[in-house]
Structures are given as structure tokens and as C-alpha cells.
Design a protein. Structure first.
Length: 508
């Protein structure tokens, strides 16, 4: 990999390339500053700060948009059309051109309005969720839907607006491909979950029942991060209403949340966010601010978090190493065995309403519900006021449960408050990709399971760094996966993995 990259750098870039790269670094620096303000709003900002913060973020969004769409950006890209560029530099131009063409199609006034609405909607969502009051959030959701329809129409008025929005988060895979994978997951998982519910397997699901103070859970979460190797010199762990990761290769911060009745949930979300952070922290430092120093969009990003959460954190091997730390923090669990922890962490829930607390299988049905609803909202096939009822109906149809409140239903996730329509399919795409990447890593790393059981994650981190992180956005999604695994991106590894794992657990 390193030899190939070095060879690419032999050709000299024209002056236009250097000028373009300078512009890209500057506008990404502005975007990075906005990211810190966004993190602060969700973690540290006093509740009364929203009016000023919405203006601050709107201004930075407008400044960045103006820099991206400036005439000079277009002129430099035109000058580079026929330039003899190395493969790496051609990839940079490809990524910048995609961003420029989409941004140039959207009026700056609309960009500002979307940004300001997002800040206001975030506070409204937090209040609505806390008070179980969808009607309080509904006007903000309606405004976001209208603004994002307008946004999509500016980019391409002749295409499905939801497909246009999906490309903001996954520009390298078609909507058709994403939907086919979601269909394959539904066809695989629904009968599997039905079989699990009908099985008489006696899993140790009561092992970690009780009350586990949040303060001690946070200490345990830090133990988990220390074990997997999170770099606290370049990161932080904080608490937020919805776990997330924010930052870059120099400063990448994660958040989690704690439920005093569910210590395993906090461990899962913490390791999940660690996977996101490890990806960011593993990007090339000397390419900061350029596409070569940026992650390859959200499906790949989610593959990193789901790989660490599911293929590492939910494994027997991980709990062989981590269970003693759990016993130390919560001595009342000292009788729990590794097998108990493995079964408790991998049980398939019959009544879980919350996506971020869902098991590995029903998780995807949560994704499908929101995907179908937001797609219909954007296409104009669903009215805002009907969202709670449709949400509850779909949960009853797909998961066999009906949310008793909107706080546990359509208000549970933060994404609509940001106007992030098209984001949700990447969660399932990332889970599928995680299985394919982990299968390849397991095939190349000797005794990977034994190394995880010994608390040795260096080889896995190195494999991911070499095959995913170091490339930034050089390769498009399928090519990145194919280079790492030798196969095109598909759901085969995921379906094989869940059928083997849950077949053993539940005897199906």
C-alpha cells in the first residue's frame, strides 16, 4: 500500500491543483470549527445558548458554502479537467468536484436556513422527547422536510428527492443497491427472529439485572476504552442524550449515555463510538483538510463502529478479557461467567423499542422503519401529523411491539432534528460491510480470536489502518471494500455470520 502511494506522488501537480488544495483546506477548516461548536451544543453548552449558537453555526455554514462555490473553485476544477494527475490527486479532484457541483446548485440562503433550523430543531427535539410531545417537534420536522425537498430540487429536479439526499451520506452506492441490501436483510432476519422467539433456548438473560450507578458505569466505559486503545491525548468521553462521535485525526471526541438498569448498553455504545473515533484518528495526519485525510462517507464509517461493537465487543473473546473489570466495578456480578456475559449481550429482545439499545438482529428492523417513513415524508407520500401512528403501526408489523409513547417511538433518534434524511440506510449498510471486513481480517490475522481474548488489538487496528483508514476518500466505497476483502461489497458475509452465530446461540 505504501509503495503504491509513493509511486503515485511522482508526477508533479500543476499550479491549479495546489491552489485548489489550499482552498479545500481552508473551507474544511471552517467546517471543522463548526463541528466543535456542534459538539459543544450537545455536550457542554448551557440550555439558553441556542439562539446565539444557531446564528454562529449558520454563519460558518454560509462562509464555507461561499468558499466551496466561489467562481475560482469552478475555474480551478475546469483547468484540471485535462491535467495529467496521479491517481491520488485525481481522486482529490473527483471528490472536490462532487462537493462543488452539489453545493453550487444550492443557494447560500437555503444553506443558512437549513443550518439555523437544525440548531433550533435540536433544542425542540430534546424538549419534545423529554416531555413526550411530538406536536412540539412537528413544526420543525415539517420545516426540515420542506427545506430538504427544496435542497434536492436545486441539485436535480428530475430525480427522486430522497435518492438525492441519500447521496449526501453515501455518494458511491446507488439507492437501488442500498434498497436491495435492506430487502435482503429483511428476508433473512424476519424469519430468523421469528424462529428465535419460538425457540426454547435458555440464555442467561438475567445475569446483569439490578441497578448500576451511572458514575460507576462511566468508570467501566473508560476501562473498556483503555482496553481497546482509545487515545485520550486526542479524545474525550462525555455524556449526551444521543451517543455520537465528532472530530478529526488530531481531536476526536466520543459521547455515550447510561441507563442504570442496562450496563451492557453503555458498553456497547461506548465501543461503537470508539470504532468511529478510531477511524478518524487513523486518517493520514499530513492530509488533514483534504479528501485524502477524510473518511469515506457514512457506510464505511458505520462499518468501523459496528465492527468494534459487534464483532469485537459482543464476542466471547472480548469478555474473557473484559469480564474481570466488570466484576471489579460491580462486585455483585462476580458469579457471572464469560458465557453468561456473551449470552446476555447477544440476546434477541422481544420488546425493545429503542434502536441504539437494540440487539444485533432487530436493530435492522428499526432502521427499515425509519428509512421507509423518512423516504415517504420526502416524497410527499406521508403527512407530518401521521408520523407517530405510522411509526407505531410499522413497529407492530415488523417487530411485534407498539411504542407506548412517542418518546420511545418516533422521537427516539436525533437525526431528524438535524435534517439528516437519507442517513439511516448507512447504518445497515455499515453493519453488512463490517461483517465482510472482519471476515477478511480474521482470514489474514493469525489467531485473531486468541489475541482479542488476550486484550491484544494491535493487529486488528493495524489491518483496519492499512486497508481502510490510511486511504481516506481515495477510493469509492465498492473499490475500497474490494481492495480490502478481494470481493465486491455484498451481504453474503453478514448473512453467513448471523446465521452461524445465532443458530448456535438459539439452536435454530
Amino acid at each position: 500500500m505504501a509503495t503504491e502511494a509513493a509511486a503515485d506522488d511522482v508526477s508533479d501537480a500543476p499550479e491549479a491543483y495546489d491552489a485548489l488544495l489550499d482552498r479545500v483546506r481552508r473551507w474544511n477548516t471552517v467546517g471543522s470549527a463548526a463541528g466543535v461548536l456542534g459538539w459543544d451544543q450537545q455536550v457542554m453548552m448551557p440550555e439558553g445558548g441556542t439562539p446565539a449558537r444557531s446564528k454562529q453555526l449558520s454563519a460558518l455554514s454560509s462562509i464555507r458554502h461561499d468558499m466551496v462555490t466561489d467562481e475560482e473553485t469552478g475555474a480551478l476544477l475546469d483547468e484540471l479537467d485535462d491535467a495529467d494527475l496521479s491517481a491520488e490527486r485525481a481522486a482529490v479532484v473527483r471528490e472536490v468536484r462532487r462537493e462543488y457541483e452539489r453545493a453550487d446548485a444550492v443557494p447560500v440562503e437555503l444553506v443558512e436556513e437549513i443550518s439555523e433550523t437544525s440548531s433550533e430543531a435540536l433544542q425542540a427535539w430534546e424538549q419534545a422527547r423529554a416531555e413526550d410531545d411530538f406536536e412540539h417537534f412537528a413544526p420543525y420536522l415539517e420545516k426540515h422536510v420542506e427545506l430538504k425537498r427544496e435542497y434536492a430540487e436545486h441539485i436535480d429536479p428530475d430525480r427522486d428527492p430522497y435518492e438525492v439526499l441519500f447521496e449526501d451520506f453515501e455518494p458511491c452506492l446507488s439507492m437501488e443497491r442500498a434498497e436491495s441490501i435492506l430487502d435482503e436483510l429483511r428476508e433473512t432476519l424476519v424469519p430468523m427472529i421469528d424462529a428465535i422467539r419460538e425457540s426454547d433456548a435458555d440464555l442467561a438473560v438475567d445475569t446483569f439485572e439490578g441497578t448500576f450507578p451511572a458514575e460507576t458505569q462511566e468508570e467501566l466505559a473508560r476501562d473498556a476504552l483503555d482496553l481497546v486503545g482509545y487515545d485520550f491525548d486526542r479524545g474525550r468521553l462525555d455524556v449526551s442524550s444521543h451517543p455520537f462521535t465528532s472530530g478529526n485525526q488530531f481531536d476526536c471526541r466520543i459521547t455515550t449515555r447510561f441507563d442504570e438498569a442496562d450496563p451492557l448498553g453503555a458498553i456497547g455504545s461506548t465501543i461503537h463510538e470508539y470504532g468511529h473515533a478510531q477511524y478518524n484518528l487513523g486518517l493520514p495526519q499530513d492530509e488533514w483538510g483534504t479528501p485524502l485525510g477524510e473518511s469515506r462517507d457514512l457506510s464505511v464509517h458505520e462499518s468501523q463502529s459496528r465492527l468494534w461493537e459487534n464483532h469485537v465487543g459482543r464476542s466471547r473473546a472480548f469478555w474473557e478479557q473484559f469480564l474481570p473489570a466488570f466484576h471489579e466495578r460491580f462486585p455483585e456480578t462476580e458469579d457471572a461467567t464469560v458465557e453468561d456475559a456473551y449470552e446476555a449481550f447477544n440476546q434477541v429482545h422481544e420488546d425493545n423499542l429503542i434502536r441504539v439499545e437494540a440487539d444485533e438482529l432487530t436493530y435492522h428492523l428499526h432502521i427499515i422503519v425509519r428509512f421507509e417513513i423518512e423516504r415517504d415524508l420526502i416524497r410527499g407520500d406521508l403527512a407530518i401529523e401521521d408520523v407517530p401512528e405510522v411509526w407505531n403501526d410499522k413497529y407492530e408489523e415488523y417487530l411485534g411491539i407498539r411504542p407506548p409513547t412517542d418518546a420511545d417511538g418516533c422521537l427516539q433518534d436525533i437525526h431528524w432534528s438535524h435534517g439528516n434524511f437519507g442517513y439511516f440506510p448507512t447504518y445497515s449498510l455499515g453493519s453488512v460491510m463490517a461483517a465482510q471486513l472482519f471476515e477478511a481480517a480474521d482470514g489474514e490475522i493469525d489467531d485473531l480470536e486468541d489475541k482479542i481474548a488476550a486484550g491484544d488489538f494491535e493487529d486488528l487496528q493495524a489491518w483496519l489502518g492499512e486497508n481502510v483508514h490510511q486511504h481516506g476518500s481515495r477510493y469509492e466505497t465498492n473499490e475500497l471494500v474490494k481492495r480490502a476483502t478481494g470481493e465486491d461489497f455484498s451481504a453474503d458475509a453478514f448473512t453467513d455470520y448471523v446465521e452461524a452465530k445465532y443458530g448456535e446461540l438459539y439452536g435454530i
